[in-house]
Design a binder for this molecule. Structure first.
Ligand SMILES: [Zn+2]
Length: 533
């Protein structure tokens, strides 16, 4: 018998017993778990449209029992008149409730029958199951983020990577550096349109987002991108760059030349003070510090940077970045947290082993990533192809996402160092909540199954069948996903999408930005090659 549960559980078996009758209420017994109750109540209210319609007399009895399981997120559900959930922590109970929601929808609402007598035993494949939202290129308010988190939780996603700083906007209040948001949070326009775009989260907003996420067992991982993607901060405090010249918050996209100066000690003071406040408002075990796409032509010409290289006996600017990332990561570690960086930061060849690598870039040189995994470096797989959800389905189709195995040839035997996977939504061309939802779903639904379910349980055709029944759930959460007919476009439709996407992205400003990025990127590559030689 088919059960429409996503991500597909580790095992489902039927047994002789009494199913759970349809009703519009619920009661919890046993181990009290406030988050589960609030979460299920919210779900029932969505299903029955309002709270008063939720029937408290005719209840589904849910019994929570603490017991030893294979991990904090593992759970067991047994349906026999009542629903008995076994888990060893509140996380396990919470994930059981997410599964239960899908059973309730499927049997009570679609078929109007009892939930059959079944036993589900479930546990995740990866402990890191992530989704990233870029709020720098376009800002989305705290309520939008919170709505999104509620849907991530349904998918058993447990890491929300919050990309809050970049060239086009600094989006978080830092009390010791008020100009970061007074100046750095607003740009004059976007790609030549002269319509100001701005917004930021106060520390109170962040606390609200973090508290909500925590009630859904989601860790919010902030990213303070350094030393590149830093124009908004330099616009606020020009002394942070090598040249110290005034710049504006970027109005175009791509890679920028002005990056944080590594030669001046005051840059490190800045990052340490920012991290002091960031770790205060984000209790996450991880702090992301970027380290991607940083052209270093300014460093090569900067007396302070050159002096630092000499003093530290570093023979390349790439190694200077390695030094900077290591130093900031050590500061983060001194606060009991771990640092994550994008994979380019491995190019220095001197990155501390404790720093986690996030592997995104396509290309033929995953050697450093591979060596990292094989020598014990924790790594998150979030490859551009196919995990960048902002690109059209013609490039990154649902099937491509589902069938991509996050493994590396040559890492056999060290797979446990791949701690998980992450899907990304960059927002250069994503301006509205509706666009977030369209680009993200159902692609994230596919990714959630790759992140949670064991390889033996997965099958694309079977997933697509179950996915059709997941669409009413999107509707309950007010989401309009990509229609199922459009998730795997054929060659012609896909090519048209790709042409439209790039045509839309190409403006006079973006061409200028592309050539400047191209030049900058060439610099990055040339320093990388120097480093290899
Ligand atoms: Zn410098």
């Amino acid at each position: 018998m088919q059960y429409n549960i996503i991500p597909v559980p580790y095992s489902i078996s039927r047994y002789q017993g009494k199913g759970a009758e349809p009703c519009a209420g619920y009661s919890f017994a046993g181990e009290e778990d406030i988050n589960c109750e609030t979460d299920l109540k919210d779900f029932f209210c969505r299903v029955f449209k309002n709270e008063s319609a939720v029937n408290k007399d005719k209840k589904l009895d849910i019994i929570l029992e603490l017991s030893d399981m294979s991990g904090d997120e593992a759970y067991r559900i047994a349906v026999d008149g009542a629903v008995t959930i076994n888990a060893r922590s509140s996380k396990g109970f919470f994930y059981a409730v997410q599964t239960l929601k899908q059973l309730i929808l499927e049997f009570w609402l679609r078929q109007n029958t009892a939930i059959p007598s079944i036993v589900i035993e479930d546990k995740p494949l990866y402990l890191y199951r992530g989704y990233m939202l870029d709020v720098s290129r376009h800002f989305f308010d705290a309520d939008t983020v919170i709505e999104l988190l509620s849907v991530l939780a349904l998918h058993k996603i447990n890491k929300f990577h919050f990309h809050i700083t970049d060239d086009q906007g600094w989006r978080v209040e830092i009390k010791q550096y008020p100009r970061l948001t007074e100046i750095g949070a607003t740009r004059k326009g976007t790609l030549g349109n002269k319509i100001p775009h701005g917004g930021y989260y106060t520390q109170e907003d962040i606390k609200k987002i973090v508290a909500y996420a925590s009630s859904k067992h989601i860790e919010v991982i902030p990213e303070i991108d350094l030393p590149g993607h830093f124009t908004a901060a330099i616009a606020a405090y020009p002394e942070l760059s090598c040249e110290g010249k005034a710049v504006e918050v970027a109005t175009s996209f791509g890679i920028k030349h002005d990056i944080a100066c590594c030669g001046k000690e005051s840059t490190f003071t800045f990052f340490e003070k920012v991290i002091d406040e960031i770790t205060e408002i984000f209790p996450s075990s991880y702090i992301h510090i970027g380290g991607d796409e940083a052209p270093k032509d300014r460093w090569e010409e900067c007396p302070a940077c050159r002096e630092k290289m000499q003093k530290l006996n570093l023979n390349s600017v790439e190694k200077l970045q390695g030094h900077m990332v290591n130093r900031i990561a050590e500061y983060i570690e001194s606060k009991g947290r771990k640092a994550i960086v994008w994979n380019e930061s491995l190019n220095s060849g001197i990155l501390n082993d404790s720093i986690i690598c996030q592997y995104w870039s396509d290309g033929k040189e995953p050697l450093r990533v591979l060596n990292g995994i094989n020598s014990g470096r924790n790594t998150i797989i979030s490859k551009f192809t196919p995990y960048y959800f902002d690109y059209p389905h013609g490039m990154h189709s649902l099937k491509a996402i589902y069938t991509f195995e996050p493994e590396l040839k040559g890492a056999e035997g060290n797979e446990s160092n791949i701690i998980g996977i992450e899907g990304h939504l960059w927002t250069e061309y994503v301006e509205t909540k509706a666009q977030i939802n369209y680009q993200t779903f159902p692609r994230l639904t596919a990714l959630s199954e790759i992140a949670w379910s064991s390889k033996a349980q997965r099958n694309y055709d079977d997933f697509e069948e179950r996915l059709k029944e997941f669409y009413p759930i999107y509707e309950l959460y007010g989401i309009t996903p990509t229609p199922i007919a459009d998730v795997n476009p054929g060659k012609i439709a896909g090519t048209i999408q790709i042409i439209k996407f790039f045509k839309n992205a190409i403006t006079r400003e973006s061409i200028k930005s592309f050539f400047s990025s191209y030049k900058a990127n060439k610099k990055v590559k040339s320093t990388r090659n120097e480093d290899k030689n």
